[in-house]
Design a protein around this ligand. Sequence first.
Ligand code: C2E
Ligand code: MG
Ligand code: MG
Length: 705
Amino acid sequence: RGHAASGRSLWPAVRITLENKTMIGCNIFRITAWAGSFSGAVSTFVVSIFPAAAAQAQAGDDSISMSFVWVEIFSALILLVSGIAIWFVARNQTTRIRELKREAEKLRDADFGEPLRVQPGELGELAAVFNDMRDKLKTTTISRDYVDSILSSMNDAIIVTASDGAIKRVNRATSHLLGYEERELLGTSIDRIFSPGKSGTLVDQKPSGIPREAFFESKLGESIPVSYTCSFLGGKEAESGDRIYAAQNITERRRAEKRIRYLARIDALTKIPNRMQFQHLLQRCIARARRSSRPLCLFYIDIDAFKEINDTFGHLAGDTTLETVAERLNMALPEDSIIGRLAGDEFAVILDGVGPDESGKKRTDVLAKLVLDRLADPFFVQGHEVFMTASMGIAYYPKDAPNVIDLIRNADAALYHAKKSGGNVYSYYEPVMNEAAVERLMTKSKLKRSFERDELLVHYQPKYNLETGEVFGAEALVRWELPERGLILPSDFIPIAEETNLIIEIGEWVLDKVCEDFRFWQRSVSSPGRVSVNLSLKQLRQPNFTRRISSILRSYEVSPTSLELEITETTLMENPERTIKLLDQLYALGLHLAIDDFGTGYSSLSALQQFPISTLKIDKSFVRHVSTNPDDATIVSTIVQMGRNLNMDVVAEGVESEDQLAFLQRLGCTYVQGLLFGDPMSSDNYLELLLAQAEGTDTHRALFA
Ligand code: C2E
Ligand code: MG
Ligand code: MG
């Protein structure tokens, strides 16, 4: 009763409060009001199903009405609680949906943030799927960004086009190279940036991945030489046919090459062709003369007692003398004659169209006298009057010799004759002068027998890693041991062997011997290094050359990767298309390929790039004065730089002094070989060197410290 009384007194209080809407918000008021009417209905329902209670109620019994009030309060409370619960649930859902929306917006802006909390329920599942999507998107975006940053940090200009040549994408280097904004290029044809007139259009070219050269045109109309490759995007011709071009600006390289070629061909002191260039020009003149059945005349000039001028007045005076000789020859001779400096104080002249007939001889006499007279004019060096005379040998093509080598040699023989007659005279070549020619014939027949007599041998010249001083391998050099003459060097018999097909037999014998030695070394040392073998053009031209090499390697069980083939620049460029195919086969076998005597030929490095070559060997003529002659230093450092840019190893040959070694070390050249480390050695001595290295008792290493 007490409870009931207090309950009754509470209800109106609650109602009043509700009505005043002071304590709880209006929503709750509505819910409660609704609950009130609901509880009214409930009481009506209770009355209807419990007639006794109804009767009691109607009887106005106090306790019954109290019960109704309690039922009402209870129901209202239940409803209030469920209302609040519904409100909380609804608020929670809305918050989670908002959170999802917020995260989706962040994702749109590539802000990956933290993964969402995964709660039970359907929204929780949605959040899990969302997190999954976020992770995947993150991975692809990161890899895309990664690719983007690679592309934009690349120095090569990268251009992606559709199969019709329309540009789809370019990197920053492309804009930088051409001066166009990326958006100016997108959608336009790649041919728009291609300087026409060279080799058709870029679009027509089939992607091959092989480096080619072309000119690109910048926005300002500038022609830029580039080396580029074009491949299908995604390897072989993919469905899309999209292509990727990677281009490098080679302006600097071209300039450097031009300078190398100039320095390599022109004598730095007298500014006239050097020996190499002179021989090249003579070769061309002979070819032309042969075609037009015209003669040529060659003067071979040597200053008398030049050594005395040098010794008396010093090297500077010697240099001035040589410059004076070049100037005077230029002045005395007809304009179309070609003048070159063959060596120290030796000069030569080509007179085109001058022959040994009567009028030709007269003209030769006049010019020869004029030259000797002019050269004999005294001149001043450092205040001293210098008297100089010269001697001259003269030979005609084709009367005296049919080729460059023999023509020069015969003119030299005539010069020798002139010198022997006391100097300041000229002599015409006559066959008796040339005892060497006789010797040559004898050598040829002896060389043929050298195999039967077992007179050939191979010496090895080690190549050292410039950084560590370790032996990296060796070059195999053939020698001929003639009982009556001792050891003959290749320069004295390889040219003769080249004239006949003997060089093929010699070459094959050397390969065989090298493999045999290699197998022998392998019994004592695990890795005898990489051995390089010189190849002649005639060997390369054999139809079954690749098969022959691989059969030799197989018979000795020597891995092709242990061998390197050295091919001179001139040999490579003899028939480039045929040679590329052959070298590709050799490369596929696993053999390494090197360009020998680099710098002495006439090819451009870009042309050499098409060959699968991994090593450049700088010719010893450049290395010889590398630490004293700035021109040679420039040539060598440019070659080393170029090699490095092209990912090639660079070997400097002919290293004779520690100064040269130190210079090459500073340049970052990769390997060296030369007499500084001793003469080329026998197979046994090379093995000893390898063993000493393995034990750490090798002595040469101090040189590299
Ligand atoms: P190469 O391939 O350029 O070989 C390097 C030549 O330079 C070798 O002369 C070597 O002894 C010499 N040399 C090495 N270090 C120095 C040095 O510090 N100073 C000087 N002045 N010379 C040095 P070599 O052995 O007389 O060979 C001359 C050329 O003969 C070789 O030039 C190569 O073209 C050719 N040759 C040698 N062996 C073979 C062979 O088996 N087959 C063919 N086809 N040619 C060969
Ligand atoms: Mg060589
Ligand atoms: Mg060489």
